[in-house]
Design a protein around this ligand. Structure first.
Ligand code: FES
Length: 179
């Protein structure tokens, strides 16, 4: 009898535990405190098994976004394959100008691009490089707003996941703000 009683107690525990595991797999939203990220730094969090980058751009890095717009395939994020949320349809592709939130997966074949934040000539990059990301798999390049350069294998800008600010310094990644 003792064994049956223990099993009866265990069932409710398991059934309350399972939904949260399912929710995680389905992509529960992720809360991130961004107050410690310094200008010029990027952190990576995981959402739905994907790396999500949070990059705090310096004033110089923000200014550079304008300089290279003529070299971008979709500077205004108009393509539909990875629709950019309305709140990120701007030059910096973000809610707060300095804070970029993007999925760090190349829109070509899914590699994760590497950080190439230092401007200037360097291997695999043009001499007028202003800082951004390089996908080493097939050479696609992205600016610091995740916008892809022209004539690269990647067809689209990096995805901007749904997100909003819960407070001035806390982001919720994976959900849109309810009106
Ligand atoms: S996967 Fe990035 S360039 Fe091919």
């Amino acid at each position: 009898m003792g064994g049956v009683g223990a099993a009866a107690v265990a069932v409710p525990f398991v059934s309350t535990f399972q939904p949260s595991e399912r929710a995680k797999a389905a992509g529960a939203a992720v809360e991130v405190d961004i107050s410690a990220i310094q200008p010029g730094e990027k952190v990576v969090v995981e959402w739905r098994g994907k790396p999500v980058w949070i990059m705090k751009r310096t004033p110089e890095q923000l200014a550079a976004l304008e300089k290279i717009e003529g070299e971008l395939a979709d500077p205004n994020s108009e393509r539909k394959a990875y629709p950019t949320p309305e709140y990120a349809k701007n030059r910096h592709r973000s809610i707060k100008p300095e804070v970029f939130v993007g999925v760090g997966i190349c829109t070509h074949l899914g590699c994760s691009p590497g950080d190439k934040f230092s401007p200037g000539p360097q291997p695999s990059l043009p001499d007028d490089w202003q800082g951004g990301y390089l996908c080493a798999c097939h050479g696609s390049t992205f600016d610091l707003a995740g916008r892809v350069f022209k004539n690269k294998p990647a067809p689209d800008n990096l995805e901007v996941p749904p997100h909003y600010y819960v407070s001035d310094t806390v982001l919720l990644i994976g959900e849109e703000k309810q009106a």
